[in-house]
Design a protein around this ligand. Structure first.
Ligand code: SF4
Length: 373
């Protein structure tokens, strides 16, 4: 059995949200009532189609399961349990596998938290984004700041010992968001992991429209960089390892599922818009829940497209994913002239035959990869 298939990772995209956040361009379906049963039926039908796939046949077990979205915490808990139980019945799941659920604070209740634990979830990624009610309202988030410590306390009481907190930085200056205060409040919750994302303005989102009309102005690049560096310092002094461009963890709590993507391990994606990847093959499903559901009801494949990456595309993927992490890349994968230049500019350092980007390098990640493409 090839080593490559010894660990397979499963992603399930749960597209339902109570409303669209102002910055979000993910594949979501805004629903007041979540069609949990219909969703789980459709996803399990897709799951069964993988039984004939090489990844299924050759891989001994799943190593991680990640329920992302959308808002997976909106799923009815019994349906979530049915979904995870069916996957476990069909496929061995490694002992100690990481099973993550993305949750929004407003969905965390003692009952839900206990049900998630009972279903086998052992890691929560909590969508906090900010502790400032003005900012949360501007973002169209459903929760307020007070909901966050309450959610954390319920998660801990239920037994979750691995919780990640998401925050967004580089907000428009008009919001007067105090980034350091938000970082301190996040750290006071004592999460095991933090994910920090710079706000991006996407066309077709409310924020994209506000920006096009001049009603919202992105912050200058210097502010993005300054907030990124402030976050790094705050997290490092609190004992976090900034192990990937947007992620920091306490010892032993790196996100295993996302780390598998960055190492280019094989992964199966289920649900609308989910991607799958094995070796040189990449495939992805139709984006919208309505189309996905229609295809499922008609007994048709939900896959939209697939492609085989050519050697150049694979090289770029390897560069981009490798440089994202603090593990870096083997030096010989970067042209020697470029590597010398990056080191001379303070964007990278070399140790143990590996090239690792510095914080200044991570701030230029896309441009650096483009420069050697
Ligand atoms: S909750 Fe998450 S997925 Fe849903 S709209 Fe907001 S940012 Fe997008």
């Amino acid at each position: 059995m090839p080593d490559y298939f010894s660990r397979v990772h499963l992603y399930i995209h749960v597209p339902f949200c109570a409303r669209r956040c102002s910055y979000c361009d993910f594949a979501i379906a805004v629903r007041r009532e979540v069609p949990s049963r219909a969703f789980v039926d459709a996803v399990l039908a897709e799951w069964s189609t993988w039984q004939a796939h090489r990844a299924w046949i050759e891989s001994p077990a799943l190593d991680t399961i990640y329920l992302g979205g959308g808002t997976p915490s909106h799923l009815d808990a019994p349906e979530l349990d049915r979904l995870i139980s069916a996957i476990r019945r069909d496929r061995p799941v490694n002992r100690g596998a990481e099973i993550t659920l993305e949750a929004n604070p407003e969905d965390v209740t003692p009952g839900n938290a206990a049900a998630w634990i009972a279903a086998g979830v052992n890691r929560i990624s909590l969508g906090v984004q900010s502790f400032d009610d003005v900012v949360l309202k501007w973002m169209h988030r459903v929760h307020d700041a007070a909901a966050v410590p309450a959610a954390m306390s319920m998660l801990r009481s239920a037994g979750f010992s691995n919780v990640s907190v998401d925050l967004i930085f580089a907000l428009p200056e008009a919001l007067q968001r105090d980034w350091l205060r938000d970082l301190e409040l996040a750290l006071a919750l004592e999460p095991e992991h933090l994910s920090l994302y710079g706000l991006t303005i996407e066309e077709g989102t409310p924020l994209g429209r506000w920006t096009a009309r001049g009603e919202s102005k992105p912050p200058p690049d210097e502010r993005y960089a300054a907030e990124y560096l402030v976050a790094h310092r705050a997290l490092a002094s609190a004992g976090f390892d900034h192990y990937e461009v947007s992620n920091a963890a306490r010892d032993g709590h790196r996100a295993r599922h996302n780390s598998a993507y960055w190492r280019r391990a094989p992964f199966i994606g289920l649900g609308p818009s989910a991607h799958s990847g094995f070796g040189t093959r990449r495939s992805w499903n139709v984006r919208e829940w309505a189309s996905y559901q229609r295809l499922y009801a008609a007994g048709k494949p939900v896959q939209a497209e697939e492609e085989q990456l050519d050697p150049e595309q694979l090289r770029l993927e390897e560069l981009y994913l490798g440089l994202r992490t603090s593990d870096g890349l083997a030096c010989n994968l970067i042209p020697a002239g470029a590597a010398r230049d990056w080191v001379a500019n303070g964007w990278a350092r070399t140790t143990d035959e590996r090239l690792r980007l510095t914080l200044e390098g991570w701030l230029r990640l896309d441009a650096l990869v483009r420069s050697v493409a």
